[in-house]
Design a protein around this ligand. Structure first.
Ligand code: HEM
Length: 125
């Protein structure tokens, strides 16, 4: 069985300092403390992403495969909590109706077509 540690948002927020820095990227938690001084993009950006989901910031830079390989050595555990993507999905609670029809316009078009066809058949009958 796996004994990988699972971090909550509170766990993550306890590691936001220069002496103790964890980063959350793509649902995984990395200890970047030793890496702060080595990061080619500087320590500031890493400190900025501490305690929150840094996936977008990390991906926006277009990090190389080499950079991604470095993550493997820093891995300390998985994250159990709201990530940016899941937060977006659940944040849409009140707008679920509009976003679901917005995300699947094809279904709407097909249903409208079937409805129009049935109305036409009934009209002719
Ligand atoms: C532990 C996680 C990270 C690792 C291992 C890492 C690693 C690297 C590496 C190896 C480079 C050199 C270019 C490349 O190979 O892609 C780089 C550049 C860069 N990184 Fe990161 N990075 C991490 C997190 C972040 C985060 C969260 C940000 C937030 C914005 C960031 C911003 C940048 C920037 C702006 C550069 C470009 C620096 C330049 O070319 O002047 N990195 N990073």
């Amino acid at each position: 069985m796996s004994d990988v540690k699972v971090f909550t948002l509170e766990d993550l927020q306890a590691h936001k300092s220069r002496e103790d820095l964890y980063l959350l990227i793509s649902g995984k938690v990395y200890d970047a403390t030793q890496f702060l001084d080595e990061h080619p993009g500087g320590d500031e950006v890493l400190l900025e992403e501490a305690g929150r989901d840094g996936t977008e910031a990390f991906e926006d830079v277009g990090h190389s495969d080499e950079a991604r390989d470095m993550l493997v050595k820093m891995f300390v555990g998985n994250f159990d909590g709201p990530t940016k993507s899941s937060a977006k999905a659940s944040a849409g609670g009140s707008t679920t109706t509009s976003s679901s029809s917005g995300t699947n316009p094809l279904l709407f078009v097909v249903l409208a077509g079937v409805g129009a066809f049935l109305a036409w058949r009934l009209f002719l009958a």
